[in-house]
Ligand binder design. Structure first.
Ligand SMILES: [Zn+2]
Length: 449
């Protein structure tokens, strides 16, 4: 008997109207539980004048207030260490994690119970199985097993599926390459940036990855997993197929994954989440095919009910039938397209780092890069892209720099973007969540020309 391509055939191919009914039912239960067990949610609903009995179907979700990261953080600061979001006594938890803390504030602290960890792993199975990973695979995890929740769930998911799991928490990059090679790993999990770094290291070590056993890469942690040029680069380096996934510490696991048909986007796991897309300024819903902010409601985590959470991620939803795999789960075209807060305002032009990466990665001659912003003459915003040239491509540099400058300018309303050459290995390298923007401006967004 052939194996189903779906991890959960019943829900993954459920007719949309049944899926909506299931979501409505789970929403009602979630709201009831949150109202009765979490002081944070009870206060929020009372202030908005909503009672659990007002929520009877999927469409009632718009009656509920949004949850923001700021409100959650403020509450956690006022009620340290865990805040009033918790819907179970902290005694019931078995593990502590935090967000990666990129905003300069104390990171969010999260707790999960034993039931939650089963759920977290289960959701990763949708992604691994959906991309063709099977029990006989040998799965390598390139991450440090720290307080960042990231691939922990993926580790448990693949164990649950019966794969052989290779952890590498204490290893450096060459050690990891060696283990992948020696153990004939067939699947590698990493951030897109780190997958590229592993690939480069293998090249330096004279290890032929495309000739090796790795057939699939599961990427997460950065938007680049869905940027076509970045993904192509990873796939060429490894001689393997790469699939994007995305999650967040606030929900504990992933909410979307790329299937084997790879329709240019990721399926939303709609039996476990309601994902809305709104205009970030007005809070109004946007249609299919329009970019907006994703807002997540999560049914599965018992310790932390999450309702209409403003993710700040930019996405564009398209209907499920844009993919031929048969799933009825809708799709985020292009995965996570960036962050609402990532937008850089430079001399009146909106610049998105992800859009810059999409262009820079079209140039194989560029190795690592950095987007550098500074203030000229005390008033004028300047932007340059600093590039390290890949070994063996040095003689192409001048032509590459010229063409890259033209391409970047065209993609950004004619904005003048300087291209600078950086010394080899002078730019920072990343294992998790690459930070490629360095902003040294005195005043951010000064629009003087
Ligand atoms: Zn599909």
């Amino acid at each position: 008997m052939s194996v189903s391509p779906y991890w959960n055939p019943k829900t993954e191919t459920m007719p949309r109207e049944d899926l909506r009914r299931l979501q409505g039912h789970r929403l009602r239960k979630l709201v009831e539980r949150a109202y009765n067990t979490s002081a944070f949610h009870k206060r929020m609903f009372d202030e908005a004048g909503v009672k659990p009995e007002d929520i009877n179907s999927y469409d009632d979700i718009v009656r509920l207030p949004f949850t923001t990261r700021d409100a959650w953080m403020d509450n956690q600061a006022d009620n340290a260490p865990f805040g009033e979001m918790l819907a179970v006594p902290s005694d019931n938890a078995i593990r502590y994690h935090t967000t990666s803390g990129t905003t300069g504030r104390t990171p969010l602290r999260v707790l999960d119970t034993r039931t939650d960890w089963k759920w977290i792993g289960e959701l990763w199975c949708y992604a691994f199985h959906g991309f063709g990973v099977r029990p006989d695979d040998v799965v390598f995890f390139a991450f440090s097993y720290g307080t960042f929740i990231g691939f922990w769930g993926a580790h448990y998911g693949t164990e649950k599926m019966g794969c052989l799991v290779l952890p590498s928490g204490n290893m450096n990059t060459p050690g990891r390459v060696e283990l992948i090679h020696e153990m004939n790993a067939t699947v590698v999990c990493a951030t897109p940036t780190y997958a590229l770094r592993l690939g480069q290291e293998a090249e330096n070590m004279g290890i032929d990855l495309p000739g090796g056993a790795v057939k699939r890469l599961i990427l997460s942690g950065e938007p680049a997993g869905s940027i076509p040029a970045s993904k192509r680069l990873v796939e060429e380096q490894w001689g393997a197929k790469a699939a994007d996934t995305a999650g967040m510490t606030e929900i504990g696991t992933i909410m979307m994954f790329e299937c084997e048909k790879q329709p240019g986007g990721t399926h939303i796991i709609e039996d476990h989440f309601i994902e809305e897309v709104i205009n970030p300024e007005t809070g109004e819903p946007v249609d299919y095919g329009e970019q907006g902010e994703r807002v997540v409601t999560s049914f599965g985590r018992t310790a932390i009910p999450l309702i209409r959470y403003r993710s700040r991620d930019l996405v564009m939803k398209v209907p499920h039938d844009n993919c031929s795999c048969g799933r009825t789960f809708d799709i985020y075209d292009g995965g996570i397209r960036g962050r609402v807060d990532d937008m850089l305002l430079i001399r009146g032009t909106n610049v998105y780092p992800r859009a810059i990466e999409a262009i820079v990665r079209e140039y194989p001659a560029v190795d690592e890069f950095q987007i550098y912003l500074w203030t000229k003459d005390g008033i004028r915003d300047e932007i340059s892209v600093r590039c390290e040239v890949r070994e063996g491509h040095e003689d192409q540099w001048e032509a590459v720099a010229r063409k890259l400058q033209t391409d970047l300018s065209h993609a950004n309303e004619g904005l003048g973007i300087k291209i600078e050459r950086a010394e080899a290995n002078s730019l920072p390298r990343f294992e998790l969540k690459a930070k490629r923007v360095k902003d040294d401006r005195h005043v951010k967004g000064a629009s003087h020309v």
